[in-house]
Design a protein around this ligand. Structure first.
Ligand SMILES: CC(C)(COP(=O)(O)OP(=O)(O)OC[C@H]1O[C@@H](n2cnc3c(N)ncnc32)[C@H](O)[C@@H]1OP(=O)(O)O)[C@@H](O)C(=O)NCCC(=O)NCCS
Length: 189
């Protein structure tokens, strides 16, 4: 086997070890999660999933329902749903990304998906979801929240800017094949 191929395989192996370690640590941190009272924002329960999946399909051309189903089972503490009266009108789901940096061990979180029911947009539900969940992130010593947003998704970019997120860089192929998106970050600590 050539040196270049061996090098590629080693890098792939190290990357998958890093991912496994991050996933395992992330799962442990979610289990110890401290929840706070957030009014009409609650953690997902099984019966809410079909409605959440419907809102996802309405909001995204190619959203992965498998991913949301997986998060609803493994990470329900950080899978938030907002209600209007008793109707589910939006959701926001995160995953945790523990990281070692020069500052030491940091707990970051990433917004995997957020959407509001089409009939309830423009009424402040996404903003409330973000503000409520971010308060809980602070209580749990999350150092920063990250997200990826398509550069053409102006409503979402406006929303994130309003909350205080800043653009970090532009990246390709994260929001979809050949799509450009911004990585945005909100520092909490
Ligand atoms: C982006 C999305 C979640 C916003 O949800 P929402 O509940 O309508 O948003 P809110 O009513 O809480 O809006 C809060 C702020 O976001 C911004 N915003 C929301 N919709 C906007 C629009 N159509 N145009 C411009 N800014 C908008 C505004 O700054 C607004 O504050 P303001 O009302 O004081 O101007 C919603 O449009 C959606 O579900 N889109 C499809 C899925 C999606 O793109 N998700 C983001 C993926 S990264």
């Amino acid at each position: 086997m050539g040196t270049a191929k061996l090098h590629t395989l080693s890098v792939k192996y190290l990357m998958s070890c890093k991912k496994l370690l991050q996933d395992t640590t992330g799962n442990l941190l979610v289990k110890k999660w401290k929840s706070i009272e957030k009014g009409d924002i609650v953690s997902i329960e099984d019966y809410m999933l079909p409605e959440v999946l419907r809102i996802q399909t309405e909001g995204f051309k190619n959203g992965s329902s498998e991913k949301l189903i997986k998060y609803s089972k493994n990470s329900r503490n950080i899978f938030y749903v907002v209600k209007s009266k008793d109707k589910i009108v939006g959701y926001c789901v995160y995953y945790l990304k523990p990281a070692l940096s020069l500052k030491g061990f940091e707990k970051k979180s990433v917004i995997s998906s957020i959407a509001t029911d089409r009939n309830f947009r423009g009424k402040g539900f996404a903003e409330r979801l973000l503000r409520g969940s971010i308060e809980e992130m602070k209580v749990n010593r999350i150092s920063s929240v990250l997200l990826y947003v398509n550069i053409n998704n102006l409503p979402a970019i406006q929303l994130y800017k309003k909350i205080g997120f800043r653009k970090v860089k532009q990246v390709k192929n994260i929001c979809g094949q050949k799509e450009n998106c911004y990585e945005m970050e909100l520092r909490l600590i």
